[in-house]
Design a protein around this ligand. Sequence first.
Ligand SMILES: [Zn+2]
Length: 127
Amino acid sequence: MTSFISRAQRSPSTAIKRGLRGRCPCCGQAPVFAGYLKVVERCARCQERLGHIRADDFPPYLTILLVGHIVVPLLLITEQHYVLPLWTQMAIWPTVTLALTLLLLRPIKGGVLGLMWALKLRGDERH
Ligand SMILES: [Zn+2]
C-alpha cells in the first residue's frame, strides 16, 4: 500500500504537529505509539513505515531542556514569594519535575519522530 502523500509533499510543521498529538506524521489519523514510547512498525491506516526511525536521545534531551526551563523559574518565583519548609519543597519539586517529564516526553518524541519522518531521517545516518 502506498502513502497518502508523496515524499516530496512532506511538510515538517504538519508532521511535527501530528507527532505531538501522537498521530502518524504521514496521514495524521492512526496512533504512532503502540505503548508509552514504543513506535508502531507501520501506521495502521496508511501503512507508512515508522518503526525504523530512531529518535534516540533527542526527545529526552528536549524534555529535560523544557522541564528545566519550567521548573527552575517556578521554584525561584516560589522561593521569592513564599517561605515553605524544606520538606514541602522536597515533596513538591521532584513530583512536579517527574510529572512534567512523563507528561511531555511522549508528545515530544512524537514531534521528533514527525520531524525525522518529514526530513527522511532514520537516525542511523553517518556524519
Ligand atoms: Zn498513517
